[in-house]
Design a protein around this ligand. Sequence first.
Ligand code: ADP
Ligand code: MG
Length: 253
Amino acid sequence: MSDAGLEILLKSLRLSFMAEQWQELEQQAIVQGWSYSQYLRFLCEHEQTGRDDRRLQRYLKNSKLPAGKSLVNFDFAACPRLEQRRVVQLVSNTDWVKRGENILFFGPSGVGKTHLACGVALGLIEHGLPVRYFSATALVQQLQQAKANLLLEKQLVKLDRYAVLVIDDIGYVKRTESETSVLFELIAHRYERFSLMITSNHPFREWDCIFADTTMTVAAIDRLVHHATLIEVEAESYRKKAAQARLGVAIST
Ligand code: ADP
Ligand code: MG
């Protein structure tokens, strides 16, 4: 078979990284005296690595995560009450994702909830899990639009492709019946199947102002916390501290 024929065959088998690299590796194999099986193994390894990299790039792009929020650049010393180990474990042991469990970050504004949720999300992507970030407001808008077009169920199923959805700032969702019911439908749809990672400035006792009525609030909280890790983030506002450091003055709240 000609070289071009082999390349076409590899491409038609979707072995694009092999198609790209077989000649270069062949030269290496000749020079270094690899056995046939060694050559084949290296080719397969290149294909595997290439596919993993490509998937990582695709997942990162699709996640819509804000840039620059990783656990590596999160200053845990600024949140002394937060157990770093607990947060890091969410990435090193992803069994909770397989079980469709949820993570809820609570705390006042500016303490790093969004940063932490995005940092965990990024770590999950690096472990090969598909994740999608939404601000709660944008998600509700999108789901409402789908509902208006009688496409809500389809949209919810579409989101099943993500093992974890980040819903950021759930407290800022406006409270009309139809807005909050789509959020409830999402929570019910993913319950015990796929994970949610939620950040909120409001403790549960204030969630009545997120959902349309108390029954819906209770039902939503029940489903969210049934299998969930709750993480309280208590710290001085990092935003405020950063602004103070920039301006060199104390800003009163
Ligand atoms: P929240 O979601 O709790 O309101 P954010 O996560 O948006 O707070 O944090 C506000 C800003 O401060 C962001 O730019 C975030 O990256 C940064 N920040 C907050 N806490 C930390 C921290 N402990 N280490 C590094 N950056 C932080
Ligand atoms: Mg936030």
